[in-house]
Design a protein around this ligand. Structure first.
Ligand SMILES: NC(=O)c1ccc[n+]([C@@H]2O[C@H](COP(=O)([O-])OP(=O)(O)OC[C@H]3O[C@@H](n4cnc5c(N)ncnc54)[C@H](OP(=O)(O)O)[C@@H]3O)[C@@H](O)[C@H]2O)c1
Length: 271
């Protein structure tokens, strides 16, 4: 069981949603949180709030859709704070529209933020973790990293990439003998942060999660060094369903309402 006291924990996309809540939760346990965000005012507001509550934090503007921005900011963080203990790849975007209604640029942005950024941040911070023989890399992926649905073609593809990256990285670290470096991948269903505003849980099996509950579960999984967190656990049914022929799998997805869940999606564009 990990104790977060004095741990340096870097969170991308920390200016809102579960990124912000995780920052609060870790800082409340005595961690030094390093917040990355792309919007100055929002990031400053979170930093100010934490500092006023006596928590330790540092904020860095970083647009994680840009590799150079990630590498430059990571260098600054290491120079100013030394090696970090836990890297949490949390920043994410969703377009939420059918494939032919999304622009090429939006698809690239989705991949840059959801799939590539975790790879660049890991390449930036892994060397110091290897030097110290310890570290923890967390990927906030999605249930859409396990199963696709309408209006999620780009998002699901990018989150499948994030899950695949985590799985291969975990295997590679062990294979290369870096046993002190852990990975955790988190695959949540909908969380009511606003990112998926308008999307609905079609079955009680997969309820929309509250941000507080999701954050508590994620913090607990990181503390315990769990390799994978499915939220809710029932999402694991996807692994069994995958063993079935594709037409049966598709029928189950339709029957569970997975295919209708994005019909009312508005996302943050709804204002
Ligand atoms: N909410 C859900 O239903 C749900 C379900 C499964 C998985 N997830 C995943 O959980 C993670 C957190 O999402 P959330 O629900 O907390 O939504 P959120 O409040 O929208 O948080 C996403 C964060 O990522 C930041 N971000 C986006 N693009 C960025 C960029 N280019 N550079 C830096 N930061 C960037 C956002 O900053 P701005 O505020 O500046 O845009 C925001 O702070 C995401 O990876 C998401 O895919 C969410």
């Amino acid at each position: 069981m990990k104790c977060f006291l004095d741990q340096k924990i870097l969170i991308t996309g920390a200016s809102s949603g579960i990124g912000k809540l995780m920052a609060e939760a870790f800082a409340a346990e005595g961690a030094r949180v390093i917040l990355w965000g792309r919007e100055q005012a929002a990031l400053e507001a979170v930093g100010k709030e934490l500092t006023e509550r006596g928590m330790r934090c540092a904020s860095y503007l970083c647009d994680v859709s840009r590799r150079d921005s990630i590498y430059d900011t990571a260098e600054r963080v290491i120079r100013e704070h030394g090696p970090i203990d836990i890297l949490i790849n949390n920043a994410g975007v969703v377009s939420g529209r059918p494939l032919l209604e999304i622009s090429d640029a939006e698809i690239e942005q989705t991949f840059d933020v959801n799939a590539l950024a975790p790879i660049w941040t890991t390449r930036a911070f892994l060397p110091t973790m290897i030097e110290r023989g310890r570290g923890h890399i967390v990927t906030i992926a999605s249930a859409a990293g396990l199963i696709g649905a309408p209006r999620l073609t780009d998002y699901a593809a990018s989150k499948h990439a994030a899950v695949g990256f985590n799985d291969a990285l975990r295997s590679e670290l062990r294979h290369l003998g870096h046993r002190g470096i852990r990975t955790t991948v988190v695959c949540p269903y909908f969380i009511s942060t606003g990112m998926f505003e308008g999307a609905t849980a079609a079955t009680p099996l997969f309820p929309v999660l509250t941000p507080d509950y999701a954050t508590r579960q994620i913090v607990r999984a990181i503390r315990r060094g769990r390799r994978r967190l499915l939220l809710p656990r029932a999402i694991g049914v996807v692994f069994l369903a995958r063993l079935l022929p594709a037409p049966v799998f598709d029928w189950i997805a339709r029957a569970l309402g997975v295919t209708r869940s994005m019909d009312g999606f508005r996302g943050r564009r709804s204002g």
